[in-house]
Ligand binder design. Structure first.
Ligand code: GLU
Length: 286
């Protein structure tokens, strides 16, 4: 792209329909919506519904109803990741051809046992990392095969060797250097659903032509992996904006357990959309 060509701004809100939207989601949606509208751009909705073990059908409509009530209408039809599985398979094939993924048969229990036996278990921002049990010693990916019965993991070291140094731009933090091993050898295809979050997100951010990925700062570590995947797959590089999170009274980030702070609960309690959104601007949000 010519450097002085204006970038068409496209943002997205990408909830998982595994629970009701809460104040944290309202903030994420507002950031993405207002950024797009403020730049004359488009705001898209993507349901991240690949985890069939946790998705519940009723949440799709509830999420859309909440967004419309809050005043965040999206452009075009909402995308459902469950309709995009062949695209994720194709991306995994590409990574297999590059030799940067390997099969992993470890159970969660086996990983825990191995980590417990290690003198210095590898640590990531949110706890211990996969210890590399199934990583092929020569760095060669194993045989092709259907992604069932075993997971596929990213060989983060090998991937980084292939791409060389990478960075990404965050509107809050500036230019950040990718730390390819920050989250270790993440799973790119779960054994039960054949794909996984990081892979699906990068494929769809490119497919939906997202120029600016806005999301909570809890996902900042994920961006390191996702930028690496974009480079491996030859996908465009969005600009990022990791915004601060809405916290509960104890300073913890909101989760599904905060049902009292669900948008639908607040609405049923008689709050207006403006009152709900106002809470996002108060220092003590909840
Ligand atoms: N689906 C993710 C979530 O609900 C968001 C993914 C993203 O913004 O990249 O936390």
């Amino acid at each position: 792209m010519c450097s002085n060509e204006p970038v068409a701004v496209r943002t997205r809100f990408a909830p998982s329909p595994t629970g009701r939207l809460h104040l944290g989601h309202a903030l994420a949606a507002r950031v993405a919506h207002d950024f797009a509208r403020g730049h004359g751009g488009q705001f898209l909705l993507r349901h991240e519904d690949i985890d069939v073990t946790r998705v519940r059908g009723e949440y799709f409509a509830e999420i859309e109803e909440d967004l419309l009530w809050l005043g965040f209408a999206w452009d075009g039809p909402a995308l459902r990741q469950s309709s995009r599985l062949p695209a994720y398979d194709a991306a995994l094939d590409q990574l297999r051809a590059l030799g940067v993924v390997y099969r992993c048969n470890c159970t969660r229990r086996e990983i825990q046992v191995e980590l417990a036996a290690m003198l210095a278990a590898p640590q990531g921002p949110e706890g211990p990392l996969y210890p590399g049990t199934c990583r092929p010693p020569g760095g060669e990916a194993r045989q092709h095969g259907a992604p069932t019965g075993h997971a596929w993991r990213l060989d983060s070291r090998k991937a980084a060797e292939l791409t060389g140094p990478l960075s990404f731009v965050d509107l809050r933090h500036g230019t950040l250097t990718v730390q390819p091993e920050l989250l270790g050898d993440v799973v790119l295809a779960r054994r039960d659903i054949g794909t996984a979050y990081h892979l699906a997100v990068v494929v769809d951010d490119a497919y939906q032509e997202i120029s600016h990925v806005t999301r909570g700062e809890d996902l900042l570590p994920a961006t390191h992996v996702q930028r690496l995947l974009q480079a491996l797959l030859g996908l465009p590089e969005p600009v990022y904006w990791h915004h601060p999170l809405v916290l509960d009274a104890q300073g913890r980030r909101l989760a599904k357990r905060h049902d009292a702070l669900a948008i639908s609960t607040l609405r049923q309690a008689g709050l207006s959309a403006a009152e709900v959104l106002q809470r996002l601007d108060e220092p003590q949000n909840t």
